[in-house]
Design a binder for this molecule. Structure first.
Ligand SMILES: [Zn+2]
Length: 123
């Protein structure tokens, strides 16, 4: 249900924007979703389609750009993607907060965003 609540927020934001510009129709919405939001793009698209029914956004295209997570090591200055660790209990790879280079603690500097990058509309 994570996707449902996030998509609801996105749709209402776009609708407000469309209303403030007196748009007749919304044609396209471009989203940027960070890896660390753990949102499933297919689920977001599914809810989007359901939520825009009967609004000026009906029939609009949703484009989702996925962004990789980015970390910075506080110890050695490493900057890059996450180190993934396989959890044998769950059979999924989890991002860890350890530096792949020195094993130090890293801070997250990217990948948590969920941004509406662009909205195309007919005014
Ligand atoms: Zn490091």
């Amino acid at each position: 249900m994570h996707e449902y609540s996030v998509t609801t927020q996105i749709v209402s934001k776009v609708l407000r924007e469309a209303e403030s510009r007196r748009a007749k129709r919304v044609l396209e919405v471009k989203l940027q979703i960070g890896e660390l939001t753990f949102l499933n793009p297919e689920q977001v698209k599914f809810w989007y389609k359901a939520l825009v029914k009967g609004t000026v956004m009906e029939g609009s295209k949703l484009i989702i750009q996925e962004k990789r997570g980015l970390v910075r090591c506080l110890k050695c200055g490493y900057e890059g993607s996450f180190k993934y660790e396989d959890d044998p209990a769950y059979h999924i790879a989890f991002p860890t907060l350890l530096c792949p280079k020195c094993g130090g603690v890293v801070e997250i500097i990217g990948g948590r965003e969920c941004i509406i990058e662009n909205i195309k509309m007919v005014v």
